[in-house]
Ligand binder design. Structure first.
Ligand code: GTP
Ligand code: MG
Length: 212
């Protein structure tokens, strides 16, 4: 997609506050500090559409952005950071589930994982919600610039195992990690911009109504 315009619409906590829109919507989710905002900024070619920070847990609201007047991009609050106050943690689950359960124009979620970390309970909770509400998911493994090709392949297998990607698929996942085949995960780096085109292709498929 050639991004010509991006614009912040609003922030929300509950359904009554979501923007009233018929445009298809793509949400971005992942644990605090995983690199969600950095991925979004690379996708839309903006240095700072979405604020990035080295302080995890800054985005605690659901933030809606318009892209090209074509679709709504949603930056969901990060999760899984130990130092976030308990009151905020307690709100996270109901806030997310309300969004997934009620947002009719939601066409898919980009779930972002860190190449160096084993997925946590909240990552698996996310995947469970996607299944429950039949929401297509694009899995993106980010910060790939931080590991070698060998480590990437090793971690891809660890991640696939932790999120329950079928055993048969693991070989394909590893193959992709070393650059020989296409499959379940998109590998990305906000520094090198590796993976950007592939992620856009997958988002466009979701917008066209073909879940992958
Ligand atoms: P919260 O909104 O706080 O949950 O964080 P986030 O998931 O939006 O992460 P953000 O994009 O703010 O990035 C967190 C930190 O990781 C920042 O210091 C980024 O510069 C860094 N970072 C993000 N993506 C990459 C990447 O691909 N490679 C490297 N090396 N650093 C990255
Ligand atoms: Mg963020």
């Amino acid at each position: 997609m050639i991004v010509k315009s991006t614009e912040f619409i609003k922030s929300a906590v509950k359904p009554g506050q979501y923007p009233d829109s018929d445009l298809p919507e793509i949400a971005f989710a992942g644990r605090s500090n995983v690199g969600k905002s950095s991925l979004i900024n690379v996708l839309v070619n903006r240095k700072n559409l979405v604020r990035t920070s080295s302080t995890p847990g800054r985005t605690q609201l659901i933030n809606f952005f318009d892209v090209n007047g074509r679709f709504t991009l949603v930056d969901l609050p990060g999760y899984g950071f130990a130092k976030v106050p308990l009151a905020v943690k307690k709100e996270w689950g109901p806030m997310m589930e309300a969004y997934f359960a009620t947002r009719e124009n939601l066409r898919g979620v980009v779930l972002i994982l860190d190449i160096r970390r084993t997925p946590v309970a909240e990552d698996r909770q996310m995947l469970q919600w996607f299944k429950t509400y039949s929401i297509p998911v694009v899995l993106v493994v980010t910060k790939c610039d931080k590991v070698s090709r060998n480590e990437r392949a090793k971690q891809a297998a660890v991640i696939a195992e932790a999120i329950g990607v079928a055993k048969e698929k693991q070989a394909a996942v590893i193959a992709e990690a070393i650059g020989v085949a296409k499959d379940a995960l998109s590998f990305f780096s906000a520094l090198s911009k590796e993976g950007k085109d592939q992620i856009w292709e997958r988002i466009e498929r979701l917008l066209d109504g073909n879940g992958d």
